[in-house]
Design a protein around this ligand. Structure first.
Ligand SMILES: *Cc1c(COP(=O)(O)O)cnc(C)c1O
Length: 397
């Protein structure tokens, strides 16, 4: 997955353009910037590559999720459905605007189970937020039809699956809004950064203003701009955007490397009868950022994960015991440990997750292992890795 592995001359050239002008901010300073508008250019490039009308760059993937929600008018007491298996950013971004994260089971796609989503809908539900974890996607068709039926927004977190597609559409562009992260370990990076994409002009205008203190961005005098509504500062800097501009041009090259490496590893471990693979919903194509597979039971998965690590196969994850990615270790959320008071609606409405039954998620996540697909491996390295993985797995089960 990580684009930082291939940080090179193109990235340096883009950053140098910004350093030459000294204008590190994306707005204003028109006279000094010598025609350099890196954030704006990256937004145009994203719109083209993701086949959407609008893109809004922000400071991170987490802030992209918050800005997306805020742009669609989501606020205090609104319920947002999200998966038990994701990154902590999902509930952080929801809590940031006073909305309520409602956790729902995942299935053998390792993403939202559409049936569980439908069961979790209340009259306060406003958004369904699938998270396309580890390079593959949720069943967007099923989720879209639920959203249409109950008049809910579909917000795709495509931070870990940029470049994947569903029904021929780039992930992130299928729902009402989509989000990407360009943090340092994502498929393409800005160092830190994120983006919201949408086809709806109103959301773009809201995102544009909201992410910059509510500034309306009319005219050439920032100090004279009006503020149609309250905002915040989620801006990206020109330096970060410059790195992303070089990386987005290499996205398709990165994806083809991922796919090639993924195939070699998959074909090797496919020969082991006990190993099964994560289900990719019909109509979907993965980004191949990770190879995700299941072992017959939790105990075997734990032992295989141990054996891979001890045998020198790095970057394989057992999410079931992971602090960041699975609900079992989110005690700070379950116990609402915050520095200050949270909005009252959150205390009143947050389900008691210490009593929730997510055994259906445990069934799948407890058996899953995900191995990161790196861009920098040589063909020999991938082949050696494939052989090593196969023999370590076979020797353990
Ligand atoms: C990385 C990530 C985010 C947040 O992105 P940051 O840029 O690190 O804030 C959100 N969701 C998922 C699934 C991620 O992997």
């Amino acid at each position: 997955m990580p684009g930082f592995e291939l940080f090179g001359e193109q990235e340096k050239k883009q950053v140098q353009d910004v350093l030459d002008t000294g204008v590190l901010m994306r707005y204003g300073f028109d006279g000094m910037r010598n025609g350099q508008w890196k954030a704006l250019e990256l937004e145009k490039a994203l719109e083209k590559r993701m086949e959407v009308k609008h893109a809004q760059l922000v400071s991170s993937g987490t802030s992209a999720l918050t800005v997306a929600l805020a742009s669609a008018g989501i606020g205090a007491g609104d319920e947002v459905i999200m998966p038990t298996f994701t990154f902590v950013a999902s509930f952080e971004s929801i809590l940031a605007i006073g909305a309520v994260p409602v956790l729902v089971d995942v299935d053998d796609t390792l993403t939202l189970n559409p049936e569980a989503v439908e069961n979790a809908i209340t009259e306060k539900t406003k958004v369904v937020m699938p998270v396309h974890m580890c390079g593959s996607m949720a069943d967007l068709k099923a989720l879209k039809s639920i959203c249409d039926k109950y008049n809910l927004l579909l917000l795709e977190d495509a931070c870990q699956a940029i470049g994947g597609t569903f029904d021929g559409k780039p992930l992130g562009s299928y729902g009402d809004l989509g989000c990407f992260s360009f943090d340092y370990v994502k498929t393409i990076t800005c160092g830190e950064g994120g983006a919201v994409i949408t086809n709806k002009e109103k959301y773009k205008i809201n995102a544009d203003h909201y992410s910059d203190h509510g500034h309306d961005h009319v005219g050439k005098d920032r100090g004279a701009e009006t503020h149609p509504f309250l905002g915040y500062n989620y801006r990206i800097s020109e330096l970060n955007a410059a790195v992303g501009l070089a990386q987005i041009e290499r996205l398709d090259e990165f994806l083809s490397i991922q796919k090639k490496n993924y195939r070699i590893l998959r074909e090797a471990i496919e020969t082991i009868p006990e190993v099964t693979f994560r289900r990719v919903p019909e109509g979907g194509e993965e980004s191949y950022a990770f190879l995700n597979f299941f072992l017959p039971d939790e105990n075997t998965a734990k032992r295989v994960h141990q054996a891979l690590g001890n045998g020198g196969v790095d970057a394989c994850f057992y999410w079931y015991d992971n602090n960041w990615h699975y609900y079992r270790k989110w005690e700070h959320l379950t116990n609402l440990k915050s520095l200050g008071k949270l909005p009252q609606a959150v205390y009143n409405q947050l389900p008691d997750y210490s009593k929730s039954d997510f055994s259906k998620s445990d069934h799948w996540v407890g058996r899953a292992i995900s191995c990161l697909i790196k861009l920098g491996w040589s063909e020999t390295e991938v082949k050696e890795r494939a052989e090593k993985m196969t023999s370590l797995i076979q020797g353990t089960i």
